[in-house]
Design a binder for this molecule. Structure first.
Ligand SMILES: Cc1cc2nc3c(=O)[nH]c(=O)nc-3n(C[C@H](O)[C@H](O)[C@H](O)COP(=O)(O)OP(=O)(O)OC[C@H]3O[C@@H](n4cnc5c(N)ncnc54)[C@H](O)[C@@H]3O)c2cc1C
Length: 386
């Protein structure tokens, strides 16, 4: 069971993790596996109920990539960890995170799409990645409910999906078994720094002291102050709305993209459709405009969705840094302070690699070459606390 902290108290821990989405939870689990025995993970609400709950669970580095840049390398390395990560979580908790390895389709509807898809197909083939070109008949053979307007498609056999809400549940259960102290409803207000080293956090419920603090606060990262004032990582929320249908028959087997959005079929017969990308602060409303645009995208892919029952909708906040890239590694100035945030549109995909590489930084001071482009150092022109 999660512990509830209400009274103001002073505690100590070896490591404090601020934020219990997939990123904080997976880092806590990884550190516990590596022998850190006294980990406290604090969340201002219930762990795993923000972006990690709202997501689509798509693990698809290839589908939108136009080159093998550093982000692509990080993302494919993470995807490739998923089969063993999912199996380990199953062994530890009995929870199946529903890793689905059927592959992902990207549909082209017009000439512009076809040009785009041909380019993507060509570079990925040259790079030795698995990708297949499908004409309209091939595509409809795989997915009979897609629109007759589909002109061509790519199939990415190595781009997959998981049920991210099961992932959250499995990570919470794994941490509980490993003895990580999970503190819900406990908002961290500021990070305490003494002589250029982190000393702990000030939370609404009291002070927690620790020599290592890892900030995994997602879209809320910038609201944490550092006392005394120091460089701060700027992360903004980008709202994404999602719709959930329950069609009478299964309308899709694969994750299916178009240039306007995507469909994600779940094992239990639900079909998710997403998403929007909106800079509206922390306004978590689902809007009529958002619903209409996702509905129109979804029925462009599979016209039968026009008649399907909409059973749920929600919105979540993607954590975005100014250059769209994740922020993973030690703080520039403050010893013992680490960041794993800014995972933007790919935090579920990047979960296993983030946990592994951040744990390497914390335990052994090892900064993998894979992280070179994602260090907090690159955001050094950050503002001090106002
Ligand atoms: C609609 C949508 C669809 C998406 N689809 C995909 C997808 O298909 N594939 C993919 O890879 N990614 C997807 N993403 C992105 C992915 O969800 C995020 O990148 C990922 O969940 C980020 O994880 P996180 O742990 O950093 O953040 P979160 O899950 O948001 O967790 C941060 C946690 O920190 C806590 N917190 C914040 N501030 C404080 C504080 N001061 N004190 C204590 N706790 C605090 C919050 O309560 C929260 O629980 C999607 C996102 C959205 C919104």
């Amino acid at each position: 069971m999660l512990q509830d902290e209400t009274s103001r108290v002073t505690k100590t821990a070896e490591v404090i993790i601020v934020g219990g989405g997939v990123i904080g939870l997976s880092i806590a689990r990884e550190l516990a596996h590596r022998g850190v025995s006294d980990i406290v993970l604090v969340d201002k609400g219930q762990p795993g109920k923000e972006a990690s709950w709202a997501a689509g669970g798509i693990l698809a580095p290839q589908v939108e990539a136009d080159s093998a840049d550093d982000f692509f390398k990080l993302a494919t390395a993470s995807r490739d960890l998923y089969p063993s990560f999912a199996q380990a979580l199953h062994d530890e908790t009995g929870i199946d995170v529903e890793l689905d390895q059927r592959g992902t389709l990207y549909l082209g509807f017009n000439e512009d799409d076809e040009v785009e898809l041909r380019k993507r197909f060509a570079w990925q083939q040259r790079a030795g990645l698995r990708v297949e070109w499908l004409n309209s008949e091939d595509a409809r053979r795989l997915e009979p409910n897609i629109s007759p307007e589909v002109r061509c498609a790519l199939r990415f056999p190595d781009d997959w999906q998981i049920e991210n809400r099961k992932l959250v549940q499995a990570l919470i259960a794994a941490n509980e078994r490993l003895g990580v102290r999970l503190l819900p409803n406990c908002e961290v207000i500021s990070l305490r720094v003494e002589r250029n080293r982190v000393a702990g956090v000030e939370a609404a419920s009291g002070t927690i002291s620790a020599a290592v603090v890892i900030v995994c606060a997602g879209a809320w990262t910038s609201s944490l102050t550092i006392s005394p004032a120091s460089a701060r990582i700027e992360i903004e929320p980008v709202r994404g709305q999602m719709l959930c249908f329950k069609p009478n028959t299964q309308l899709a087997q694969h994750v299916i993209y178009s240039s306007r959005g995507y469909l994600v079929p779940r094992r239990d017969g639900r079909l998710l459709a997403g998403s929007t990308s909106e800079r509206v602060g922390f306004d978590r409303r689902v809007t009529e405009e958002g619903v209409n645009s996702i509905r129109s995208m979804a029925s462009e892919i599979a016209p039968a969705l026009k008649a399907a029952r909409l059973i749920d909708s929600w919105a979540g906040f993607r954590p975005r840094a100014i250059d769209d890239l994740p922020v993973i590694g030690p703080d520039v100035e403050v010893g013992g302070l680490f960041y794993a945030t800014g995972h933007y549109r790919n935090g579920i995909l990047l979960t296993p690699i983030t946990a592994k590489l951040l744990a390497d930084c914390v335990m052994a001071g090892l900064n993998s070459a894979l992280l070179a482009s994602f260090s907090p150092h690159r955001l050094c022109a950050v503002t001090a606390n106002p």
